[in-house]
Design a protein around this ligand. Structure first.
Ligand code: LLP
Length: 425
């Protein structure tokens, strides 16, 4: 069996902090670090607008932190819009800026009514959306999300460009989209591209060049715009030897595109970036308790009380998360690492945290673990809690945010009674 991955990268917490939090709140448990989020935001300050793709972590306390740090937000559902409002973001457009933008490929009826009521700009991923918005909300502010015909992702499931992707308005349809914007009396704010999670740095110039061409097309239609968005997709080093992003270089390429566009249009243009993972992934860990160990033929298994109902990324994408074992007393496990398979509690074979794409079970070199030890899964602040489910009728688990050494419970554990209550009809 293959062993995948290398030494786990650092996590923001000491073993004793995590053991103490596990003792207080029980396991499984999410823990996030404020300082890491602040550091990641600081790395992107050159962009005019940092717009957090809240799908990565939509806890209202994380959103409040973003708001406090001057970060705006991208919502992709009615629920996410309500979360943004609950966190204190203001709807509508003020001095050319919108704190909340709604990005989607379709508008369900309830969301259409709500964005129209609130005046939340809609980043339209289909031409039908333009017609539907125009019918109920004349003058509504819109972005056009364009699929440039190519994309890139850390997995096929996170590639959002090209002709196999459902996302965005096809680039060749941009003139038609402009015509529908005009015919519906909508207000064009900007052009947006998000071609996938896991930016392909080798082809970045091509991506920026595509944006310039798109704006040329808009201009050829006799229209103007005030902003462009580079989308998200910036990765983080999930593995020790993964390349880290040179954000200054990344900015400089987009800034050059923006300068070209500003020259073209004859006025300044706002440059937005829309990261999810980059801002929050490294801030978070998932803490689980080892509840069983067993040998299955040649494979030592460590069974923990968190499953893919909590952290779906390994099962969904074969994603790698660094792991460490700590003892319940807060000391790190130090035994000689052995190749181990880590499984969860769900009644499903794919509930394994050590696996590659396509569901192939892998091993991970971990110090020997005993029942009662804690397993810490690193870099789970993005697409962890936000992708959790109630599969196997497992309640959602608590979230703790640590700021200046002070832990704060930002979501309590759900109860089975709450799940059953939904069915008391
Ligand atoms: N903007 C748009 C329009 C998006 O669709 C996404 C992600 C982002 C920004 C943020 O992408 P990021 O910077 O986080 O890569 N669940 C997957 C990721 C799916 C992302 C979908 N869209 C994962 O766990 O890797």
């Amino acid at each position: 069996m293959d062993v995948k991955g290398h030494d786990p990268p650092m996590n923001p917490f000491t073993p004793s902090t995590l053991a103490s939090l596990a003792h207080t709140h029980g396991t499984p448990l999410w823990v996030y670090d404020t300082a890491t989020i602040e550091r990641q935001i600081a790395n992107l300050r050159q962009f005019d607008v940092i717009r957090f793709a809240q799908k990565a972590n939509s806890n209202t306390h994380i959103l409040k932190l973003m708001k406090r740090l001057g970060v705006m937000v991208d919502s992709v559902s009615l629920g996410e819009i309500e979360r943004a409002l609950a966190a204190g973001f203001t709807p509508g457009v003020h001095q050319g800026h919108a704190e909340i933008v709604f990005t989607a490929d379709l508008l369900d009826r309830a969301t259409l009514a709500r964005v129209a009521e609130l005046g939340v700009p809609v980043n339209c991923g289909s031409i039908d959306m333009l017609d539907q918005l125009g019918a109920v909300s004349p003058g509504h502010p819109v972005w056009l999300r364009i699929n440039p015909g190519f994309g890139h992702g850390h997995s096929n499931k996170t590639n959002t460009g090209g002709e196999h992707s459902k996302h965005g308005i096809w680039h060749a349809d941009l003139p038609l989209a402009c015509e529908r914007v005009r015919a519906n009396g909508l207000t064009l704010m900007g052009i947006h591209m998000h071609i996938g999670s896991g930016v392909d740095y080798a082809h970045l110039q091509e991506v920026c060049g595509a944006m310039v061409k798109l704006v040329e097309t808009v201009q050829a239609q006799g229209m103007d715009l005030a902003a462009i968005s580079a989308g998200g997709g910036l990765s983080i080093p999930y593995q020790a030897d993964a390349p880290t992003i040179d954000t200054a270089h990344y900015f400089s390429l987009w800034d050059a595109a923006r300068t070209q566009i500003a020259t073209l249009l004859g006025h300044p243009v706002t440059l937005e970036i829309e990261p999810g993972r980059y801002l929050v992934a490294e801030s978070g860990v998932l803490v689980a308790e080892v509840r069983a160990t067993k040998q299955m033929g040649r494979n030592p298994f460590v069974m923990v009380d968190a499953g893919f109902s909590d952290l779906m990324r390994p099962s969904m994408y074969g994603a790698f998360h660094g792991m460490e074992i700590i003892h319940a007393d807060g000391t790190p496990a130090t035994g000689t690492p052995q190749d181990t398979v880590v499984g969860g509690p769900l009644c499903e074979s794919g509930d394994v945290f050590t696996q590659g794409e396509g569901g192939v079970v892998l091993q991970r070199a971990l110090p020997p673990a005993q029942v009662g030890d804690l397993l810490v899964l690193h870099d789970t602040g993005a697409y962890g809690a936000s992708m959790s489910s109630n599969y196997n009728t497992r309640p959602l688990i608590p979230e703790v945010l640590v700021e200046d050494g002070q832990p704060r419970l930002i979501r309590r554990r759900q109860t089975v009674a709450e799940l059953l209550a939904l069915e008391a009809v």
